[in-house]
Ligand binder design. Structure first.
Ligand code: ADP
Ligand code: MG
Length: 357
């Protein structure tokens, strides 16, 4: 297995820049996720690492070996696609064996490796069945098996669970992660689904417009988003952003915006000028009858164990996740209170974080 190091990768398609100056390192054995909306450059980045696309500039290292100009099959990286092309007329065993057969691996070795892959994926009982009758999840396992038998240096997966329904995707996420923990194979996983990324990745790179906006473990991405974009993209419902114009007082241990004291130390250097946005997750918003930022409840969504109240204020719309037992009614005037240790302050114009509590 291998460490992957990507340095200042750029990819242009004519005048259009799909990937801009992207750098990251995936330590040997890590599960790394490229996460972002459609069109942000995830697939292009993955294809460059796999050797299916030549970068316009930048370098790619596999285990300290520069592979930037090496062809895909010399890199020893396995790709797993969403639209896995299994051979419908072959059974599971022959489908998994195919990459080994095509390079002339001895029969005994093929049998050993296919059995091993099937054991890892828990599909031994399917080996003699035709793939045509398999469920989506089992087909996905066979596709993984086919990647696995090659014993590659690393796995590249491009939205491999995209074709599955939500419930099955959730199960497969758990299985993929469990398989990763057994194999300890360096994996780069592309998805636009934040839940997939959050539940599986050791480290997530959140991409936007060809750039990595933040590169950090899931918890940090969630708690301390580097930008408004990341806060909005991660979490359901998304992070709230209250907009403030001026009226900012900076203290050593707190910032006061719109009369609200926020326990965020002021930036050490420079005063933020221009508009500001205060970011807070819905689960850290409470409703109070007196004081707070005043607003009116305009929506209530029951979710069983809790409920989401939508409150309109002069600083924007705010969603609060509350216990289902709380009495809230539409049209009710309320105040918003925030858990002050869970706030972030963003520059309203650039969207970049200034400080997190
Ligand atoms: P993602 O996988 O994040 O959805 P892609 O990496 O597929 O994004 O694409 C990033 C951008 O580059 C998109 O705007 C896409 O249209 C463009 N793009 C991708 N491949 C090509 C290509 N071969 N020629 C021209 N533009 C491309
Ligand atoms: Mg893609």
């Amino acid at each position: 297995m291998a460490e992957i190091r990507v340095e200042n990768l750029v990819k242009q398609f004519d005048a259009f820049t799909a990937v801009r100056d992207t750098s990251f390192t995936v330590p040997d054995g890590d599960f790394f996720c490229l996460l972002g909306p459609s069109g942000c450059g995830k697939t292009t980045t993955l294809r460059m690492v796999a050797g299916l696309e030549l970068p316009t500039s930048g370098r790619i290292h596999l285990d300290n070996q520069d592979v930037t100009f090496k062809r895909a099959r010399e890199r020893d990286i396995a790709m797993v696609f969403q639209l896995f092309a299994l051979y419908p007329h072959m059974n599971v065993r022959r489908n998994i064996a195919f990459p080994l057969v095509s390079v002339g691996t001895p029969k005994k070795e093929i049998r050993r490796r296919v059995d091993e892959a099937a054991r890892t994926l828990r599909i031994e009982h399917l080996l003699d069945l035709p793939v045509s009758g398999l469920s989506g999840g089992d087909r996905q396992r066979v596709a993984l098996g086919r990647a696995l038998v090659r014993q590659p240096k690393a796995f590249m997966m491009d939205e491999p669970l995209g074709a599955l329904d939500a419930e099955f995707r959730h199960i497969m996420c758990g299985e993929l992660r469990a398989m990763h923990d057994r194999l300890k194979a360096t994996t780069v996983y592309v998805t636009h689904d934040q839940l997939e990324a959050m539940s599986m990745a050791d480290v997530i790179a959140v991409m936007n417009g060809g750039c990595i906006e933040q590169l950090a473990p899931p918890q940090e991405i969630y708690d301390r988003p580097a930008s408004i974009f990341v806060g909005e993209f991660i979490g359901s419902p998304a992070m709230n952003f209250l907009r403030f114009e001026g009226a900012v007082e900076l203290g050593a241990a707190q910032v006061t915006v719109g009369g609200i004291r926020v326990a965020i130390p002021a930036p050490r250097e420079g005063r933020p000028s221009g508009p500001l946005a205060l970011g807070v997750r819905p689960e850290h918003v409470g409703l109070v009858s007196e004081g707070g930022i005043r607003g009116e409840v305009i929506g209530i969504e029951y979710l069983g164990t809790n409920q989401i109240a939508t409150v309109v204020t002069t600083h924007g719309m705010v969603k609060a996740r509350l216990p289902a037992s709380d009495a809230v009614s539409l049209g009710e005037p309320v105040g918003l209170a925030f858990r002050s240790t869970k706030l972030s302050l963003f520059a309203g114009d650039t969207g970049k974080v200034i400080r997190s509590a």
